[in-house]
Ligand binder design. Structure first.
Ligand SMILES: Cc1ncc(COP(=O)(O)O)c(C=O)c1O
Length: 380
């Protein structure tokens, strides 16, 4: 059975070009980049080349890029150190952030270090900018942590609008851009954000690698103490292959971005159309059908009510289709999607997140819709 992978928001397969770029750093270029002899120096120079390449693609400077173990570490560092270094006592976030953000802020709140406010969302899950301004008016000089692309429902946030408010109210703005780096162009020089987070495995790079951007002049002290690596911002011997792979994956992502965006948006549109034709009453969670405000990589489908919905992902899996999901938590249930719960979607309806990549084909979409139609016993 050929397997179909529609879970690219969870992770993407490594691009073979990335693998090729990484391999020599497992073998001949094995030196420790902190060593001053030639074995170390050649690796140090490859890391600095990678940093320069990442910075140029994002219109940042190399001094603003810090390699990390991925999105979670970047979010943790930016939030914890942003709050501590700037002596902030209040943070604003939303209920639909990734747990790398939500749990980090909740721990700080539990320890009594901050108070936490949640900005209102509209019925599609977009940030209510007026409410954000209201919160900032009563508590300027806060940390704002709001994501760029939502990993479950695909909503895209207007970072420039939030950044302008942050500037007006002297707030520190952090954005989790894990789902948009490598998929959309970013111009960090002009973006009014102090820190962003990226994970290479979301754009066909290696897992456990990524970076954070800290805008020049932002006071953010280190999170991981140790050696002088990453200009003393993150101690520990560098994940050399991860760093080389991150830079190569981003280079490829930018090189092919328009072509891939066109292909993947076409895949998403096809799935929307086919589902509408095949399954009466099908819906889409968040703002998935609005290409201007939704990731082209993510489609969160709201399926009919059925007693068998608990078996939906399992049934897809045994048909060879990997996807993920989870409905809103029903009362008393602990599992489920905190994002769909925050949007108050109907917990009795099935919810599956399909997420696509440059490798997804039309045939895979057609087969998946057929299997869904079979599950709900309708003719595809
Ligand atoms: C929006 C978002 N933020 C953060 C993360 C965490 O990234 P990582 O797995 O690289 O730590 C993810 C991964 O699923 C994500 O989708």
């Amino acid at each position: 059975m050929t397997r179909i992978y529609l879970d690219n928001a969870a992770t993407t397969p490594l691009d073979p070009e990335v693998l090729e770029a990484i391999l020599p750093f497992y073998t001949e270029h094995f030196g420790n980049p902190s060593s001053i002899h030639s074995h170390g120096r050649e690796v140090r120079s490859a890391i600095e080349y990678a940093r320069k390449s990442v910075a140029e693609l994002l219109n940042a400077t190399p001094g603003e890029i810090f390699f990390t173990s991925g999105g979670t570490e970047a979010d943790n560092t930016l939030i914890n150190c942003g709050i501590e270094s700037n002596k902030l006592t209040h943070a604003i976030t939303s209920k639909i952030e990734h747990h790398a953000v939500l749990h980090t802020l909740e721990v700080l709140e539990k320890k009594g270090k901050i108070t936490l406010s949640y900005v209102n969302l509209d019925e599609k899950g977009h940030v209510d900018i007026d409410h954000l301004e209201y919160l900032l008016k009563s508590s300027p000089k806060s940390l704002i942590s709001l994501m760029h692309g939502n990993n479950e429902i695909g909503n895209i946030t207007d970072l420039q609008a939030i950044g302008s408010l942050a500037e007006e109210y002297d707030a520190l703005f952090h954005s989790d851009t894990v789902q948009t780096i490598g998929h959309y162009p970013h111009n960090l020089k002009d973006l009014k954000v102090q820190g962003i987070a990226a994970a290479a495995h979301k754009f066909h790079g290696p897992k456990g690698a990524g970076f954070m951007y800290i805008k020049k002049g932002s006071a953010i002290e280190p999170f991981i103490h140790g050696g002088a690596q990453e200009r003393e911002m993150r101690g520990g011997t560098e994940n050399v292959t991860g760093i080389i792979g991150t830079a190569k994956a981003l280079e490829i992502a930018y090189r092919d971005m328009n072509e891939h965006q066109r292909h993947v948006q076409g895949i998403k549109n096809r799935m929307i159309e086919k589902l509408r034709a095949a399954i009466p009453g099908v819906g889409f969670n968040g703002d998935c059908t609005n290409p201007d405000h939704s990731l082209y990589t993510v489609l969160n489908v709201c399926l009919p009510e059925s007693e068998d919905n608990d078996m939906l992902l399992f049934t897809l899996d045994i048909s060879g289709i990997s996807a993920s999901g989870g409905s809103a938590c029903s009362s008393g249930a602990t599992a489920g999607s905190h994002v769909l719960s925050a949007l108050e979607t109907d917990p009795n309806r099935g919810a599956v997140r399909f997420s696509f990549s440059k490798y997804t084909t039309e045939d895979e979409i057609d087969f998946t819709v057929e299997k869904l139609a079979e599950f709900y016993q309708v003719e595809a």
